[in-house]
Design a protein around this ligand. Structure first.
Ligand SMILES: C[S@@+](CC[C@H](N)C(=O)[O-])C[C@H]1O[C@@H](n2cnc3c(N)ncnc32)[C@H](O)[C@@H]1O
Length: 400
């Protein structure tokens, strides 16, 4: 383990000077890093599993403390591991931070909505949206990283939530496919080439070859056609031919058949996650320097440039919403810096005069505060007892 060369914030956790400097430059109070030990782990109960609560408590050997401000969420002690439990393996509980759950409630998903999740993997929020939609509406998940999106597909299947979902490996900055609906009988299309029949993990030879080629790339590029890696029976895909699914749409079509809600859970430095930052105690502070503070850092998984470039990605992704979303967009990041949050919001609003920020009504009872721009929300770990999160909800003003 490397020793930190820097100051000691109230947590007693030594943080390197470089990180303290980064926090100061970005207007983040280092005392937020003092909350780690007391921040609980959160789980969400799969709707319908409420009667099994005490059975799950027995298995995890701890009390599930109901979060009064967030229905369906429970706090458990931070040391409790859920991954090997039966309840987790059988899809009765999800590990999900309460602030992330709040971000989905803020989206205000309504029955029948067509929702687009532009940074979907690994998929905790997408699963929650699917649970909220139930047997109505549709959800389209997009992510630039193929392997992460494949993990999201596995998660959807584990929790039996894929029926109304499509997953595309694509760059969210250029994704422009609209929701589709077909009400066709899967069976009658199973023998017809080039028409989507029921999704199967068994691929035709040509599709396998194409997939192999894309696997090598790992990340989608903005100029590539989106790659459909999963669709459920009621996701509107069955019975369509490829050209229909990937068809470009006119502006007038978009204005009536765009997505009702769009979520952008943008890539960022993850400095809002106290647990994440504390891991660098073991990994070494020089790793933090390389992976969080260095603007040129590349994620070992995705080779994706983040830090300040992340803000540019985010703003490009919000612009996609402007093209294909109907009215509501909600953006969130798991970082606390002004550069990656309020500054991006300001840049977007100044370039799009008919965009407005919207109040999140449910937030009145949440343990969060307003960001430096009115109507934006910040979950500070030390006061909310959650991972750090920033939320901004935009709406398009109707044109006269
Ligand atoms: C914070 S994670 C999303 C977490 C996810 N919403 C969940 O609840 O599990 C950010 C995701 O954005 C994806 N991403 C980054 N840049 C992207 C882009 N240009 N287009 C689409 N996805 C992108 C990353 O691959 C990563 O999976």
């Amino acid at each position: 383990m490397d020793s930190a060369e820097g100051g000691i914030p109230p947590s007693g956790l030594p943080l390197p000077d470089s990180f303290l400097g980064f926090l100061e430059e970005n207007g983040v109070d280092p005392s937020v890093y003092s909350a780690n030990c007391s921040i609980p782990r959160y789980i969400r109960l799969k709707p319908g599993c409420e009667p099994q609560l005490s059975e799950i408590e027995d298995e995890l050997n701890c009390k599930l403390v109901n979060l009064v401000w967030l229905p369906g969420f429970f706090a458990i002690p931070p040391h409790v591991q859920i991954a090997r439990s039966d309840a987790y393996r059988k899809g009765k509980i999800y590990g999900m931070d309460a602030a992330s759950g709040a971000a989905i409630i803020a989206l205000n998903v309504l029955q029948g909505d067509h929702v687009l999740d532009l940074c979907a993997a690994p998929g905790a929020k997408l699963c929650m949206i699917s649970d909220l939609l139930g047997n109505s509406g549709m959800i389209t998940g997009v992510d630039v990283a193929r392997q992460r999106l494949a993990a999201c597909r596995t998660m959807l299947q584990k929790y039996a939530l894929g029926e109304r979902c499509r997953l595309f490996v694509a760059d969210g900055t250029s994704f422009s496919l609209l929701p589709v609906s077909s009400h066709l009988d899967a069976k009658s299309y199973s023998e017809i080439p080039d028409i989507f029949s029921e999704w199967s993990s068994k691929r035709r030879w040509k599709d396998r070859k194409d997939a192999k080629r894309s696997m090598r790339a790992g990340l989608a590029s903005p100029n590539e056609l989106p790659e459909l890696i999963f669709y459920g029976r009621h996701a509107g895909v069955i019975g369509l031919c490829k050209s229909e699914l990937f068809q470009a749409r006119s502006e007038s079509e978009i204005s009536v058949s765009g997505y009702d809600k769009v979520l952008v859970d943008a890539e960022c430095t993850h400095d809002g996650s106290i647990k994440h930052i504390h891991k660098f105690e073991q990994w070494g502070w020089d790793t933090l320097q390389r992976r969080v503070l260095n603007a040129q850092r590349t994620d070992n998984l995705m080779d994706l440039q983040v830090t300040f470039e992340a803000s540019d990605q985010w703003i490009q992704i919000i612009k996609s919403w402007w093209l294909i979303g109907l009215q509501h967009l909600q953006a969130s990041t798991g970082c606390l810096t002004v550069a990656q949050n309020e500054d991006v919001v300001e840049r977007f609003l100044s370039g799009n005069p008919s965009a407005d920020l919207q109040d999140v009504d449910a937030a009145k009872s949440w343990p969060c505060r307003m960001g430096s721009i009115p109507k934006t929300l910040r979950f500070d770990p030390s006061t909310s007892q959650t991972s750090g999160l920033f939320i901004a909800k935009f709406t398009k003003r109707a044109t006269q």
